[in-house]
Design a protein around this ligand. Structure first.
Ligand code: COA
Length: 324
């Protein structure tokens, strides 16, 4: 049993900050950001929240799939930036959509989150536990960003993407995923709940409560591990690179995507990008890209897609999907 994507949707905030806007906050320039990252602008929440964006993206995906909210029996929201801890974002999405029959939970695996949400839903659907899943990546990274730190604030943005999945009788492709908690310090963020009553002081907005990143280490990790895991997933499923139409990589940095294409010896045209418009939206980047491609009519029946995520944890992984 495989799964089919019945519909996709996305939502990005209307407020846009371009690189010149960032240059008013920190010592940087449009030219530097474009050259080192490929980012030109990012969308940033104002009235929106992680939950509201997730709900809207989910609503749009259901409309396109022509599936009612009541038919959804699984909702997974992948996020590291939810505006709610309890109840989980997925339950809030359930409430907003009226998906009264769904089992709902969140998944936290940063920029690999959407790939893992897809794999989790696919395993449930293939085994018959659930029939219809709504998977969503939604992030308000602007809330977790230190806007005084030029090494991180240039990179990130906000948005949400969603897909509706159902079981399908075709052959199932197996995913390949990995984690290396030993290297987790390369990209970290403390919870604001990282204190206890009998311990030290109540935390304030000090060190560690915004994202902290060793950019070079993350860059090298991505350039080494992403081509490796793509080769692994192709080998696992008996596929050749020539059979893949599109590689949808997590949109972290244009130079990372260029380097992955080079390592695989694949033309860059097979690696669609929207990082210039949104920056790095963590677990939302792959489903936003997928939705944009679907709406533009870029995906044809029989196209084989590799989706690959990588990021904090460290976590990384790739899955194969054949568009129908
Ligand atoms: N604007 C202008 N100059 C900047 C700058 C900025 N925003 N950030 C750093 N610099 C300067 C540095 O101070 C340094 O100056 P120096 O040579 O005088 O010391 C120089 O630019 C090079 O800095 P460096 O950190 O080596 O740049 P880099 O080429 O590694 O690019 C990143 C930095 C963050 C863009 C890059 O490391 C990266 O994208 N890493 C991956 C991050 C990522 O994708 N994270 C999420 C993964 S899911």
């Amino acid at each position: 049993m495989a799964v089919k994507i019945c519909g996709t949707g996305s939502y990005t905030p209307s407020y846009v900050m371009d690189n010149n806007g960032i240059a008013k906050l920190v010592d940087t320039s449009d030219a530097w950001i474009r050259e080192r990252t490929g980012v030109e602008r990012r969308h940033i929440v104002s009235k929106e929240t992680t939950v509201s964006m997730a709900s809207e993206a989910g609503h749009r995906a259901l409309l396109r799939a022509q599936i009612t909210a009541a038919e959804v029996d699984l909702i997974i929201v992948s996020t590291i930036s939810s505006n709610v801890i309890l109840p989980c974002a997925a339950c809030e999405v359930q409430k907003a959509l009226g998906a009264v029959n769904a089992t709902c939970f969140d998944l936290s695996a940063a920029c690999t989150g959407f790939v893992l949400a897809y794999n989790t839903a696919a395993a449930y659907l293939a085994s018959g536990v659930y029939k219809t899943a709504l998977i969503i990546g939604s992030e308000s990274l602007s809330n977790l960003t230190d806007w005084k730190d030029r090494s991180t604030c240039i990179l990130f943005g906000d948005g949400a993407g969603a897909a509706v999945l159902q079981a399908d009788s075709r052959k199932m492709y197996l995913p390949k995923t990995h984690s290396d908690g030993g290297k987790g310090g390369a990209l970290s963020l403390k919870s604001r709940h990282d204190w206890n009553l009998l311990g030290t002081e109540h935390p304030s907005d000090g060190d560690g409560y915004f994202m902290q990143m060793d950019g070079k280490t993350i860059f090298q990790f991505a350039v080494r591990k992403v081509p490796e895991v793509i080769r692994e997933v192709l080998e696992e499923n008996g596929l050749r690179q020539e059979e893949i139409t599109w590689y949808l990589l997590h949109q972290a940095n244009k130079r990372i995507i260029d380097a992955v294409a080079r390592h695989l010896g694949e033309p860059i045209e097979k690696f669609p990008m929207n990082i210039q418009e949104y920056g790095n939206t963590s677990s939302a980047s792959i489903p936003i890209l997928l939705d944009e491609m679907a709406q533009k009519g870029m995906l044809n029946a029989g196209d084989k897609l590799v989706i690959a995520g990588f990021g904090a944890g460290l976590t990384w992984g790739a899955s194969v999907y054949e568009w129908i």
